[in-house]
Design a protein. Structure first.
Length: 281
């Protein structure tokens, strides 16, 4: 934990320096981190130059009344969702009149999980005039560790945006980073990967770990190549030929995004779709 805190403070220093150099201001909307990111940012002397404030919006009502998250969004998608994270970040940018705003909402644990949303799932969003950037992670730590990992991921995302600008075609170490112009359809996997999908629908060997009683893929081997999974995104059930498969949207280096499916017992895995992968390789 001490190493995580040290790394987060280093990231905070780097983010602050770039904000000063670029003359930009930052605001936050925090839920599961409970103000931790704001604390890390204000640990840096002189942060008042660029940091405007943070809204810690834990309850549904706070998300609606403070940040302007639509009631319909919360009912349809839940508090822990990319849609809610996006509206939280956009609301913080309006509320504080900031150049750049970030949000985080997630399930820190140990309780609060659902069949669709495991403990450790967090949704992060960055909103700026030239970009809307979304991330999802599933952290494997305890409550305090998941909060710190989320804070570190937010600062790392801010740093990448400030260094690289609004559009990047790479998926850096840490996973789940995809940048799109503000007008992009970010909810479509095709838009995240920047290409239309291919449909190999082939058997693959998958490494998994157990998280809250559920199988989560961590790597897979396809056509002789091993892919480390950097981020696990949306998960959903899908009925196919009388069997309810478990589907996972995952991101790897490259960039490449894949849809993996497993049978109810996890004995058979298939790669259903691929975006941005070298299909002919």
């Amino acid at each position: 934990m001490e190493d995580l805190t040290t790394d987060a403070r280093k990231l905070s220093e780097q983010v602050g320096q770039l904000l000063i150099e670029q003359g930009k201001t930052l605001a936050l909307a925090e839920s599961c981190t409970g103000g931790l990111v704001a604390s890390l940012i204000t640990d840096i002397a002189g942060s008042s130059t660029y940091f405007l404030g943070s809204a810690v919006a834990y309850a549904y009502e706070a998300k609606e009344h403070l940040l302007g998250v639509a009631h319909e969004t919360l009912i349809a998608h839940g508090a822990v969702s990319p849609e809610t994270a996006r509206e939280m970040a956009q609301g913080a940018r309006r509320l504080f009149e900031a150049d750049l705003a970030m949000s985080v909402t997630g399930i820190a644990g140990p309780g609060g999980a659902t069949p669709e949303k495991p403990v450790g799932l967090v949704c992060i969003h960055l909103s700026a005039a030239d970009a809307e950037i979304a991330q999802q992670h599933i952290w494997p730590a305890d409550r305090i560790g998941n909060k710190m990992l989320s804070a570190q991921a937010m600062l790392a995302l801010a740093l990448r945006y400030l260094k690289e600008g609004p559009v990047s075609e790479s998926v850096p170490e840490g996973g789940g980073y995809s940048a799109q112009p503000a007008t992009a359809h970010r909810d479509r996997p095709e838009a995240q990967a920047g290409s239309l999908p291919d449909f190999p629908d082939e058997s693959v060997a998958v490494d998994v770990h157990l998280l809250s009683g559920r199988l989560i893929p961590s790597a897979f081997t396809w056509r002789g190549r091993r892919y480390a999974i950097l981020s696990v995104g949306r998960q959903w059930p899908e009925e196919r030929e009388g069997t309810t498969w478990r589907c996972y949207l995952v991101q790897t280096r490259g960039p490449a995004t894949f849809e993996l499916r497993c049978d109810p017992l996890g004995e058979q895995w298939r790669l259903a779709r691929a975006w941005g992968a070298a299909i002919g390789a």
